[in-house]
Design a protein around this ligand. Structure first.
Ligand SMILES: Nc1nc2c(ncn2[C@@H]2O[C@H](COP(=O)(O)OP(=O)(O)OP(=O)(O)O)[C@@H](O)[C@H]2O)c(=O)[nH]1
Length: 322
């Protein structure tokens, strides 16, 4: 980077600089005449300060890219600063160190307006304060829009992280997060809630016999059976491996049993493999039902559903127990 001239010598005028839009005061060129014009090479980084003073940088030629330094010290690229545009106003106004680093996209010439002169211009020249405010409000809106976009993207990935990739059901992380809330809501409203633990039967044998690809398909089919049979207010979760869970808000023990019975039958009849040249493998599952007791929490509910599931397995599988 090198100082190539003063603004007065550079041949540039304020007419194309946004900060001076609508400013007709002839004195401004004179006030800026002795300001430095700095040339920085492509990919060169701009210092945060010029000397010891904060300053406004106005792009006369070339372009800058504004890198926002994130908390985790990764750099994120934001918008380009093009000829006529400026940067650094906030640091002049609040005297804080800028939170971004700027890099030249190509060889770039910059007019440097030191803080003291910037304040003098604001105080003495009509229109500059207005332009500055307009520029800052534009930047604030752009920053808000970017924040909203990031929030949406963040929410998208958060949702994605709560969905099981194979079955598209909710995953265990979702259940760990949501079940305590659902239980709290049920207690507060004094409404029932039932939970069904489901485990595919002899699934190891199924995998051994038909292979893991068909096994995966069987899991998808089992998930589909749950999704198709439940109300929109119910939740189906892949608890882990070949274990699935169904949460039934507003459902007492008899409703829980009825749903489990229906799921058990549909599971038994579901077709895993459509190819008629192969023997049609079916899957069955065992179901353990537990209904929420007053004052009991998620852990207790899962433990009781697990115990019921164990009884269904012990009793021969392909059935429900409570
Ligand atoms: N294909 C496939 N298999 C899985 C997946 N997750 C777990 N399994 C298999 O599920 C089988 C579960 O076996 P076990 O826990 O012994 O139970 P089981 O053979 O179903 O026997 P019971 O539960 O007693 O009826 C294991 O062989 C796992 O590899 C998966 O995502 N895809």
């Amino acid at each position: 980077m090198k100082e190539i001239a003063t603004f007065g010598e550079s041949g540039h005028t304020i007419s194309k600089l946004h900060l001076f839009d609508g400013v007709t005061d002839d004195g401004v060129d004179a006030m800026l005449a002795s300001c430095t014009v700095l040339r920085i090479a492509a990919e060169e980084e701009l210092p945060n300060m010029h000397g010891t003073e904060a300053c406004v940088y106005v792009v006369l030629r070339g372009a800058l890219i504004n890198f926002l330094v994130a908390d985790n010290s990764q750099q994120r690229r934001t918008d380009k600063i093009l000829p006529g545009e400026s940067i650094g106003e906030l640091s002049v106004l609040d005297e804080a160190v800028p939170s971004n680093t700027m890099t030249a996209v190509e060889e770039t010439d910059l007019l440097i307006i030191p803080s003291r002169l910037m304040w003098k211009l604001i105080d003495e020249v009509d229109g500059i304060a207005r332009n500055l405010l307009r520029q800052l409000s534009f930047r604030l809106r752009a920053a808000n829009a970017q924040l909203r976009r990031r929030e949406k993207v963040g929410e998208f990935y958060r949702q994605l992280s709560l969905i099981d990739g194979l079955t598209s059901l909710y995953n265990r992380a979702w259940m760990n997060d949501r079940l305590p809330n659902l239980i709290e809501e049920a207690h507060a409203a004094e409404r029932p809630l039932s939970l069904i633990m489901i485990d595919l039967d002899y699934f190891k044998k199924f995998n051994d016999e038909y292979g893991h690809v068909v096994g995966d398909n069987a899991l998808r089919v089992a998930a589909g059976v749950l999704s198709a049979a439940l109300r929109p207010s119910d939740f189906a979760v892949r608890y882990g491996g070949e274990e699935l869970t169904v949460i039934l808000p507003d459902s007492d023990a008899s409703a829980g049993k009825m749903v489990a019975q229906r799921l058990c039958e549909r599971m038994r009849n579901a077709i895993v493999f459509e190819d008629m040249h192969l023997p049609l493998p079916h899957v069955t599952a065992s179901f353990g039902i537990a209904t929420l007791d007053a004052h009991h929490g998620a852990e207790d509910l899962i433990t009781r559903a697990d115990a019921a599931l164990y009884r269904a397995k012990e009793a021969g599988r392909n059935q429900i127990s409570f």
